[in-house]
Design a protein around this ligand. Structure first.
Ligand SMILES: NC(=O)c1ccc[n+]([C@@H]2O[C@H](COP(=O)([O-])OP(=O)(O)OC[C@H]3O[C@@H](n4cnc5c(N)ncnc54)[C@H](O)[C@@H]3O)[C@@H](O)[C@H]2O)c1
Length: 298
């Protein structure tokens, strides 16, 4: 139809123009966090870094808060002008409060708070041998640090009556037996915190959700594995971590968690709150009874 009255060349360039307009439109609609400001803890590495990268690609400005100053600064530089670093130890409430205030002073708003910091615990397998000092240290980071993040994000989000809070839980917070008790208990707590806080924050238009990743060979997992299998190199350890998954043809990667975070942080999830988004390829959905195949039984 467009061709009427135009030469073949003109109509061809119109088609091209329409195509590039459509492409531009698609790119713009795919930027799901345009104009939003996010603060992400533990974003110098692993899941946090992958999420900061995706958030920026989707149009957000990101403040990276991490205990590692040099790595955090390098990450912010690598991610470009829409990333800024602030040193933050989530066990220090004043650091968490400062990180929130820094974000507001730099960007005038905080739309997304991602409480992602968490550590492994190199504790003995049996409860009988548990060092309660280590237990307290891990709870301080994995649980108290998350609560501090929610508290200070809520402080600035409640007056605006909007915001999206995310936390990193774990598949080890859904089923026992997948990690040492201390780590597992801390992640069960994160899922509980999200549900408890959803009850209050919904009154202020704030959504809160968590993501439970399956095992991913990020630095803290590799360090932990290295203690158990010192004779294996990082690649072999990563392979071992990946081999524990059940979904054939794919591995769990930081980008999978980042994609889940983009969804939960964006308006696509505008009616999703109190939810635990499990990214585990189905691992925690089933258990097999393990009967032998009929032809193997006489
Ligand atoms: N990798 C996995 O298999 C896996 C699975 C489930 C859940 N998780 C969770 O994902 C989150 C991120 O871990 P990751 O796998 O990306 O690990 P990672 O080792 O790549 O990154 C962890 C980051 O946390 C930072 N950090 C440590 N203590 C901190 C503190 N007190 N305050 C601020 N920052 C601190 C470190 O400096 C580091 O940059 C953690 O909560 C972890 O429990 C990881």
């Amino acid at each position: 139809m467009l061709r009427i009255g135009f030469s073949k060349n003109v109509s061809y360039s119109r088609v091209l123009l329409a195509e590039s307009f459509n492409r531009l439109l698609t790119t713009q609609t795919e930027r799901k966090l345009e104009g939003k400001v996010a603060l992400i803890t533990a974003a110098a590495s692993g899941i946090g870094k992958a999420t900061a990268t995706k958030f920026i690609k989707n149009g957000a400005k990101v403040v990276i808060a991490d205990i590692q100053k040099q790595l955090g600064q390098e990450t912010a530089k690598e991610l470009g002008p829409n990333a800024t670093f602030i040193k933050c130890d989530v066990t220090e409430e004043s650091d968490v409060s400062n990180a929130v205030d820094f974000t507001i002073s730099k960007h005038n708003q905080l739309d997304i708070m991602y409480n992602n910091a968490g550590v492994a615990c190199n504790t003995p397998v049996s409860i009988v041998d548990l060092d309660l000092g280590v237990f307290d240290r891990v709870m301080n980071i994995n649980v108290r640090g998350v609560v501090a993040g929610i508290k200070h994000a809520s402080r600035v989000m409640i007056p605006r009556r909007s915001g999206s809070i995310l936390c990193t839980a774990s598949v080890t917070g859904l089923m026992g037996g997948m990690a040492q008790h201390t780590y597992s208990v801390s992640k069960f707590a994160v899922i509980g915190i999200v549900k408890s806080l959803a009850a209050e924050l919904c009154n202020n238009g704030i959504r809160i959700n968590c993501i439970s990743p399956f095992a991913i060979p990020t630095p803290f997992v590799i360090e932990e594995m290295n203690r158990l299998f010192p004779h294996l190199d990082a690649q072999q350890l990563a392979q071992m971590v990946h081999s524990t998954g059940v979904l054939k043809g794919a591995h769990c990667e930081p980008d999978d968690i980042a994609n889940a975070a983009v969804y939960l942080a964006s308006d696509d999830a505008k009616y999703v709150s109190g939810h635990n988004l499990v990214v585990d390829g189905g691992f925690t959905s089933f258990k097999r009874l393990g009967f032998p195949a009929p032809d193997q039984v006489n």
